[in-house]
Design a binder for this molecule. Sequence first.
Ligand SMILES: C[C@@](CO)(OP(=O)(O)O)[C@H](O)COP(=O)(O)OP(=O)(O)OC[C@H]1O[C@@H](n2ccc(N)nc2=O)[C@H](O)[C@@H]1O
Ligand SMILES: Nc1ncnc2c1ncn2[C@@H]1O[C@H](COP(=O)(O)OP(=O)(O)O)[C@@H](O)[C@H]1O
Length: 293
Amino acid sequence: MSIKARARAKINLTLEVLGKRPDGYHEVEMVMQSIELHDYLEFSPTPGKITLTVEGDGLPAGAQNLVYRAADLLRGHRGIRQGASIHLKKYIPVAAGLAGGSADAAATLIALNKMWGTGLSLLDLMKLGERLGSDIPFCLLGGTALARGRGERVERLPACPGLGVVLVKPPFGLSTAHVYQSYKREVSVDKPDHRGMINAIEKNDARAICSHLVNMLEPVAIQLQPAISVIKAKLLQAGALGVLMSGSGPTVFGLTPDLDTAHAVAARYNRRDEQVIVTNILNTGNKAYISCD
Ligand SMILES: C[C@@](CO)(OP(=O)(O)O)[C@H](O)COP(=O)(O)OP(=O)(O)OC[C@H]1O[C@@H](n2ccc(N)nc2=O)[C@H](O)[C@@H]1O
Ligand SMILES: Nc1ncnc2c1ncn2[C@@H]1O[C@H](COP(=O)(O)OP(=O)(O)O)[C@@H](O)[C@H]1O
């Protein structure tokens, strides 16, 4: 039986850096949100080994790819002898602050747990996934969530309203490690008001959500790549209700009341060499965020 999965991207509605940890990571607190934009993955059983083919974006198809590493991790964890042939079709921009790699790894854990019958719970998979990246536990849970620790301690929040999202990805990547290493507390914005953001979400208040958008990594990313602040200004000019850089960047997202308005904002956006993608906040109720069929 083959399994098809959608690996959804994420944006950060708030991101607070609380300080450096002894293990070299930074303590963070952030409100994270799944969006419809997704990669496609297809899994088929094969005897013995793991093979991966990748369509789009010059990504490694070998053991460096997070899809391969997630499959290998699950196999080793449960002493599996079975193999898998995996095809990945990329749509999420790479090294963009949208957790595309983490989303693919999360989808791989869910799909192979099903195909191989390893029987791990979602919590087991989240525990296993955090070894591969701080965003993987969130990508496994999906929806609207509060993340703490280095990002691996996630708890579900009330669902964010289905707003439109315009993503603008400049023609360069930003390494998550480099942005965190360059972070300086003094060069930052005020701390986010997570509780205020959560109240705005509970009230379905799009304007209040936009007024609470704060990412403490944004100033250092803008120091590294000033084009990010130009993109923010152009997105507001095009009619977005609120704008923010996602995660460690460089992608900037603009929020709109609905998907149609997001298409109108994208059409008005004065693009140069940026990639512009229209999508929406994703809420699937109590259905899984990683759809496997
Ligand atoms: C399992 C790994 C790491 O040991 O294998 P290698 O790739 O190093 O072999 C994976 O890359 C997985 O790396 P991990 O570092 O967890 O990935 P991410 O969570 O995306 O973080 C990338 C980098 O950003 C910085 N970072 C990230 C999150 C955070 N809360 N604070 C940080 O300082 C750290 O320098 C971290 O190394
Ligand atoms: N399947 C994958 N998709 C995207 N990036 C991947 C994948 N596998 C490994 N990577 C590597 O992981 C790093 C982080 O990618 P990604 O998760 O897209 O960035 P971000 O965490 O900024 O959203 C990139 O340097 C990329 O080379």
